[in-house]
Design a protein around this ligand. Structure first.
Ligand code: ADP
Ligand code: ZN
Ligand code: ZN
Length: 725
């Protein structure tokens, strides 16, 4: 028997499947140890065969099977092959996607709990022991009463020597049971709602159909309820489900809702887990102990079988495109798994991505709508405030007069408010007014952000920290200018205005610790009146009934991000943030501050007119030749050596020009240039940017020309990236 093996080496030169002679009990999906070029490496058996095309004399045997139960199930192996081909990934990198490192590298183990029990009945035990060993006798009596007790607890109660003596004498037995490190979720009872007619209709259309659906429903229209009902139906048919949410909306609330609806039947997978928790959750799924996987994007690779439905909630969210190697697009993976299992894929959103909505219009997806909020609640009114008027009237604070009015009103009514600003820290830069010196990172071509709390300047690209400036290192002036404000400063200023009102801050800086996120939200939800200030982490998934006011302090940050998705992203952001207000009592009010009050993005957002926005935006994309009418491909070349990066870029560009000749007008745009951020983490960055009429052949050729190995230079190809920086 011959085994087809992927070797665990991340290198283009060995990105093939190798044949080895199988051991007697080698099975498909096993991790094995194999000889490879004078060393031994780990490998993954992805197939077995009686024949091989390789010269038999050259075939080496597998050294050892590393497990008795294969970790890769056939469906997952098939998925890996798809990933490699579809996203131009190395096979060994695809394995990394489907097997988390704690599983792949055996860095975690199952944890056991030891239980003690009596082997003899109590009278016999006392007879054997005699009267002198008091502690042992009490331990025996205790066990006889309890039936069983945990080893460590017994040690705590009766002392280690007594317990060990009892075990040694064969009076007490010890057995191991599996202990699961399950992320803690507060148990709440959750009433099941009777579905509204439009929810019921959505459930009926989408259940059991081997299709992709776009479920479009405003925030609070009951989409989650629809997902849960369909998942429940799947479980009744003895099938399983994957429910994906963006990392930041995997809120305690969401977990509670799923846990109370499907008790002991949900595993969660997200970046906030400890390695031990991840290992156990993964194994619960692998062993078929749960029917539901709830997680962020990589949960799409969960080793769950017999899928009855896959849901991608907030499908427009940018986190579904993985930007780092191995790069993948969650929608494509989900689509493939849904077709593998002939089950529905449901993409849900209040503000679908332009791409998905176009597919719905073109009947590639089936559109299902939930047009209204539950209980006839209306969407909160959005008022647009022109910040230029504020400045002209002498108000230079971050808050407009209208915003302060409305915020005070909210507080006076003993309600809660949410203020959104998509910038963390205190000020976006520090600059000398005299000579123009600006504090920059040594390793990255970006301004440092001032964090007042730590009195430090931090690089938001590489994390490096610097002392804050008190005077200019260049001219010694103390006349320092602070850049655009962030969450920290907003909290500071609010505190001056509302000294007695609790203010909570939620951003990357305050949510580092384990469960920090959860704790802030718990405190906020239990405090009225109060104000929550945050970055886009507060935009999604939260359902707090007492929030009546939402302030969007500076939406323009996202609008002027200058890439083709910035309009789309701003529209989505405004709608999502606004959707946090008035979710129970119809008393929601939103103020949006901007310097571009007439911008169509804001106008459409103000009226929750998704379709109007879509029409305008899709026209723009068509006339300017941007996705979905074209594919954007970027080849990013980076190196610590500026010259080397430039050289390789030039070389690739020459090859790209040949493609331009070959494909002619189909290639709309092709240029080589320094990347917008010229240096990150000491590496210089150049890019070749191209746009072409969508065509797999062209994509393949661009990947092919980039598939070269250059010493000390990394080459990374991205399609329709979220961020060009
Ligand atoms: P979405 O996911 O679209 O934002 P949710 O499913 O979270 O909407 O529903 C919003 C709120 O309405 C939740 O508090 C939910 O419990 C409640 N809800 C959903 N469906 C119903 C229903 N049929 N009857 C009563 N309340 C409902
Ligand atoms: Zn200066
Ligand atoms: Zn840096």
């Amino acid at each position: 028997m011959y085994a087809r093996v992927i070797v665990d080496i991340s290198n283009d030169a060995v990105d093939r499947i190798f044949d080895y002679k199988a051991l007697e009990d080698t099975q498909v999906g096993m991790r094995v140890k194999v000889p490879f070029a004078n060393r031994t490496v780990m490998g993954y058996v992805i197939g077995l065969s009686d024949t091989t095309d390789v010269d038999i004399k050259k075939i080496k045997p597998i050294i050892k099977n590393l497990e008795s139960v294969p970790k890769l199930k056939p469906e997952i192996i098939d998925l890996c092959l798809f990933l490699a081909k579809h996203f131009f990934l190395r096979l060994s990198d695809c394995i990394k996607l489907v097997l988390p490192s704690c599983v792949r590298l055996d860095s975690q183990r199952e944890q056991n709990l030891y239980m003690l029990y009596l082997i003899y009945d109590i009278d016999n035990a006392i007879n054997i022991l005699g009267k002198r060993v008091k502690n042992q006798l009490s331990a025996v009596a205790f066990l006889s009463e309890q039936g069983e007790c945990e080893f460590s607890k017994m040690v705590e109660l009766f002392g280690r020597s007594s317990i060990n003596a009892l075990i040694q004498k064969g009076i007490v037995g010890k057995r191991a049971i599996r202990r699961f490190r399950t992320p803690s979720v507060q148990q709440v009872s959750c009433v099941k709602n009777l579905l509204t007619p439009s929810q019921q209709n959505a459930v009926d259309i989408m259940s059991n159909q081997d299709k992709t659906f776009l479920l479009k429903g405003v925030t609070g229209s009951g989409k989650t309820e629809v997902y849960m009902t369909i998942i429940e139906k799947a479980i009744k048919d003895n099938k399983t489900a994957i429910m994906l949410v963006p990392e930041i909306s995997l809120t305690p609330q969401m977990m509670q809702r799923f846990n109370s609806r499907f008790p002991n039947d949900v595993a969660v997978l997200h970046s906030g887990l400890t390695e031990g928790e991840r290992f156990d959750e993964w194994n619960r799924i692998f062993n078929g102990e749960v029917h539901v996987v709830l997680g962020a994007r990589s949960a799409i690779f969960a080793p769950i079988e017999n899928l009855g439905v896959i849901v991608i909630d907030e499908e427009h969210d940018s986190s579904y495109i993985s930007e780092t190697n191995p790069r993948f697009i969650t929608h494509d993976v989900a689509e493939y798994r849904a077709r593998q299992n002939a089950c529905p894929l449901i993409l849900g959103s209040a503000t679908p991505s332009i791409d998905s909505f176009k597919k719905a219009k073109d009947d590639v997806y089936t559109l299902v709508e939930l047009p209204e909020r539950i209980n006839g609640l209306s969407m909160p009114e959005i008022e647009i405030v022109d910040m230029l008027n504020e400045v002209l009237d002498g108000n230079t604070s971050p808050f407009s007069r209208r915003l302060l009015n409305k915020l005070s009103e909210c507080i006076n009514n003993k309600k809660q408010a949410i203020l959104f600003i998509n910038r963390r820290g205190f000020a976006s830069f520090m600059m000398c007014r005299e000579c123009g010196y600006r504090a920059k990172c040594d390793d990255c071509e970006v301004s440092l952000v001032y964090h007042k709390e730590d009195n430090e300047l931090k690089c938001h690209f590489c994390g490096k920290r610097y002392r804050a400036l008190t005077n200019c290192p260049n001219c010694n002036s103390t006349n320092i200018k602070y850049g655009a404000l962030g969450t920290e400063r907003v909290c500071d200023e609010l505190h001056k205005i509302f000294p007695d009102i609790p203010i909570f801050r939620m951003d990357n800086d305050t949510t580092r610790g384990k469960d920090a996120h959860k704790k802030i939200l718990e405190k906020f939800s239990n405090t009225t009146p109060s104000i929550l200030v945050g970055t886009q982490m507060i935009a999604k998934g939260h359902d707090y009934p007492n929030v009546s006011f939402v302030g969007i302090l500076d939406a323009d940050v996202s609008l002027y991000n200058s890439d083709y998705k910035s309009n789309e992203r701003t529209f989505q952001l405004v709608t999502q943030v606004a959707g946090r207000a008035g979710r129970k009592n119809n008393d929601g009010y939103v103020i949006l501050q901007t310097y571009a009050p007439k911008h169509y993005v804001y106008r459409f957002a103000q009226h929750y007119d998704y379709v109007g926005f879509y029409e305008k935006e899709i026209n723009l994309r068509q006339t300017t030749g941007f996705p979905p009418f074209s594919t954007i491909l970027r080849i990013l070349v980076s190196s610590v050596s500026d010259n080397k990066a430039k050289e390789v870029t030039k070389k690739l560009y020459d090859k790209a020009m040949l493609l331009k000749e070959k494909f002619g007008k189909k290639i709309i745009f092709l240029q080589a240039m320094p990347s917008p951020v010229k240096r990150i983490q000491t590496k210089y960055r150049y890019q070749i940017l191209t746009r072409y009429v969508p065509d797999d052949k062209i994509t393949t050729e661009f990947f092919n020309i980039s598939d070269i190995i250059e010493k000390d230079v990394s080459i990374f190809v991205e399609i329709n990236p979220n961020n060009l920086r």
